[in-house]
Design a protein around this ligand. Structure first.
Ligand SMILES: Nc1ncnc2c1ncn2[C@@H]1O[C@H](COP(=O)(O)OP(=O)(O)O)[C@@H](O)[C@H]1O
Ligand SMILES: [Mg+2]
Length: 258
């Protein structure tokens, strides 16, 4: 499942993190592939720099590489009770600036299939999440070509709604041309503020535009989110009611996706 949006900063990485945390909690065996050259989800998942083999390197060696030999275990697993750790699966293909070499707008179809090739025959996971960079250039295409679903993330703002519309069109075109297996999982709305009339208006607009593709619950602006991510914690293990509500929202989203 690719987690995508045209715009940066809307919450792709945050949604990837939240779903990964919910998956770890529920025993859904998960692999997170960090395709964004900024490697934020690698940091957020408590993977130390230099561990494993970076996504960019694996993409270069796509024909030869065995993904499962190059993944790193997320440090989040240590948050589980000791007796659950051995069974838990939350692995990461770490990101780094190396992947940027594939982020050309004119990527060749041959290069586009590199992640798909890498994931062929990989077993042992119930869910593979690909955290994408904020563009529709090479890396996002590489992610889509390997995915069965795209999960879009949008903010309830004018430009984000317009960007999501464009992305949905791009997904339809892409799946017609290169990836018949690809479907739209839905749109997650992030950073909504209950006290904003503009947000309320945009939410109604999104309901009208996306209908059953609009995923609920909507994720609210939550001041703790940056602290949680900064500390590289799984949201399900952050103390306090505010984080608990956020964690529950991700449980609900995950249930609809897996
Ligand atoms: N619901 C939210 N409430 C508060 N801050 C958020 C929320 N979602 C994301 N953020 C913060 O906004 C910034 C951008 O989010 P991020 O997930 O990195 O976006 P993207 O991956 O789409 O670029 C991060 O610092 C993140 O902690
Ligand atoms: Mg990101």
């Amino acid at each position: 499942m690719s987690v995508s949006s045209l715009k940066g900063g809307v919450g792709k990485t945050s949604v990837t993190m939240g779903l990964a945390s919910a998956a770890l909690q529920r025993g859904v065996r998960t692999l997170v592939i960090d395709l964004d050259p900024h490697a934020d989800s690698t940091t957020g998942l408590a993977v130390s720099r230099g561990a494993g083999t970076e996504a960019g390197q694996l993409l270069r060696d796509a024909k030869k590489a065995q993904v499962t030999e190059h993944t790193v275990r997320s440090g989040w697993v240590d948050f589980l009770p000791e007796e659950e750790r051995a069974e838990a699966v939350l692995d990461v293909v770490p990101g780094s600036a190396l992947s940027a070499t594939f982020d050309r707008p004119d990527i060749r179809p041959r290069d586009m299939r590199r992640l798909r090739t890498l994931l062929e025959g990989v077993t042992g996971y119930d869910l593979v999440l690909v955290d994408c960079p904020p563009s529709l250039a090479g890396l996002t295409r590489i992610a889509w070509a390997a995915s069965t679903q795209v999960l879009l993330v949008a903010e309830p703002s004018l430009f984000s709604v317009a960007g999501t519309e464009r992305t949905m069109r791009a997904i339809r075109m892409f799946s017609n041309e290169y990836a018949p297996q690809l479907t739209q999982a839905g749109v997650v709305v992030n950073r909504a503020r209950a006290d904003s009339a503009e947000h309320e208006y945009r939410l109604l607009e999104m309901e009208r535009l996306y209908k059953d593709k609009l995923m609920l619950p909507v994720l609210e602006e939550n001041a703790y989110w940056q602290q949680i991510q900064g500390a590289a914690y799984p949201v399900h293990h952050w103390p306090g009611d505010q984080a608990r509500d956020l964690a529950k929202s991700f449980d609900q989203l995950l249930r609809q996706l897996v």
